[in-house]
Design a protein around this ligand. Structure first.
Ligand code: NAP
Ligand code: HSE
Length: 433
């Protein structure tokens, strides 16, 4: 049986999982590819660091040339994070005549066009199943299995760290900081966890999904995004009383031919599948005109689930399936966006509003007056007796009927100016659809 030699750059959380699958389960990889797949070399940054996988010393180095100068290596898994030197390393791998597999969504969201153009020029391929939703095969499903459909909506929990933090705050009454530290210890978080908690990581993944599903060319920084970094456990509790859970949702959907796209914490009705997604799990609901509604669920972060997606890409690249798909899809080319974005201020939705108000007569009327002037109708109100007063202010929670994003934002801005309200009103979307 013929040999195929592969290499890895980066032996951290994901790289270690990939090396383990390649070394410990060579038999099943051989069965899938019809070849002996040999892990020929691994490049890391710090050779002194202790590793959780045993490799012969000659197979581990800190010199990329050991991969790029080896003509026997045909595919490389790039499993380091960040933009540079990841971008330069990716280009060097492609230019040395090797196909690329990567889990680095930041790199694709930022430099996808450059890398994909270069790969096309060189006749090479890039596969990136692990870049979105970890172990869930969402890229393959949307780009291949659902290609007969016009996708109309994607709604997803795309960041495992955020979902883990929210779950821990809800279920174990952990503080935000404790839950984040645990997510870091378990290898879910990015090297800089800011990207996880401020919605950037989810926006990068949503930009990739929207590109594949809708042909949208939207840079991730243009996606309106709010993270969980300011989420207060008070809101988790009020949401629960109202029959909802809070989830960080990435949403992209067609509305009258235009694309609505954003990332934000949403109240999700308890009982809907997305509300039941816990810990580091991710989930994506996809709606297609032929297939209807599909729900994908699985671990979105962590060593082995992510390695599962990377090794599947390695197998697909070795068998030739990934290069065919890569050529056929023409992703990140200079083609025009197939869809325009709608004006975010016109996006409709219901809102959860939590005000801190002085417990005086007429306060509710003042707030309702402002909402009314902005044509925002109230669906329900919660105000408990003043036992939870903080500095003389009590929480007042209002759920609205559907209103535009712009109207809700303007109304809250105006209400925050009222003498009887402490500024900093919490405004969260309620997931519709
Ligand atoms: P990680 O644990 O921080 O590991 C990164 C690895 O890259 C380390 O082994 C590091 O080497 C190596 N590295 C960094 N700079 C390098 C350089 N200049 N040359 C060679 N190697 C270098 O990161 P990770 O969690 O495995 O994530 C890797 C990628 O997968 C990221 O893009 C991340 O967004 C993505 N991803 C991660 C997960 C997850 O659950 N962790 C899931 C999906 C996607 P040293 O070990 O020597 O420092
Ligand atoms: N940091 C990412 C997350 C890893 O928590 O979802 C998976 O992309």
């Amino acid at each position: 049986m013929a040999d195929t030699k592969v290499a890895i750059v980066g032996l951290g959380t994901v790289g270690t999982g990939v090396a383990r699958l390649l070394l410990d389960h060579a038999d099943r990889i051989t069965r899938q590819t019809g070849r002996n797949v040999i892990l020929e070399h691994v490049v890391v940054r710090d050779l002194a660091r202790e590793r959780e996988v045993a490799l012969p010393p000659h197979k581990l180095s800190d010199d990329l040339a050991n991969i790029t100068n080896n003509p026997e290596i045909s595919v490389v898994a790039l499993l380091m994070g960040g933009l540079e030197p990841a971008r330069t390393v990716a280009l060097r791998i492609l230019e040395s005549g090797k196909d690329l597999v990567t889990a680095n969504k930041a790199l694709l969201a930022e430099h996808g066009t450059e890398l994909f153009d270069r790969a096309r020029e060189l006749g090479r391929s890039i596969a990136f199943e692990a870049a979105v939703a970890g172990g869930i095969p969402i890229i393959t499903n949307i780009s291949q299995c659902l290609s007969a459909n016009q996708i109309s909506a994607l709604r997803g929990i795309l960041n495992g760290t955020s979902n883990f933090i929210i779950s821990r705050m809800e279920e174990q009454a952990m503080s935000f900081a404790q839950a984040l530290a645990e997510a870091q210890r378990l290898g879910y978080a990015e090297a800089d966890p800011t990207m996880d908690i401020d919605g950037s990581d989810a926006a990068q993944k949503l930009a990739i999904l929207a590109h594949i599903a809708f042909g949208a060319r939207i840079h991730w920084t243009e996606i309106p995004r709010v993270g969980i970094d300011r989420l207060d456990s008070t809101d988790l509790q009020y949401a629960r009383q109202l029959g909802y859970r809070i989830k960080l949702i990435g949403l992209a959907q067609l509305s009258q031919g235009q694309l609505e796209i954003h990332v934000s914490p949403n109240l999700v009705k308890i009982g809907r599948p997305l509300s039941e997604v816990r810990q580091a799990y991710n989930a994506v609901t996809v709606e297609g005109d032929a297939v209807g509604r599909l729900f994908f669920h699985g671990l979105g972060a962590g060593r082995m689930p992510t390695a599962s997606a990377v090794v599947a890409d390695l197998i697909d690249t070795i068998t030739g399936r990934a290069p065919i798909t890569f050529r056929a899809l023409d992703l990140w080319s200079h083609r025009q966006s197939r869809v325009d974005r709608c004006d975010h201020s016109q996006v409709m939705g219901r809102f959860y509003l939590r005000f801190a108000v002085a417990d005086h007569p007429g306060v509710l009327a003042e707030i309702c007056g402002v909402l009314g002037r902005h044509r925002i109708s109230i669906a329900s109100v919660i105000q408990h007796e003043a036992t939870d007063a903080l500095d003389g202010y009590v929480p007042l929670v209002i759920m609205t009927h559907a209103a535009s994003e712009g109207a809700a934002e303007a109304a809250v801005r105006e209400i925050d100016q009222l003498k009887v309200v402490r500024a900093g009103t919490v405004r969260l979307r309620v997931l519709g659809g």
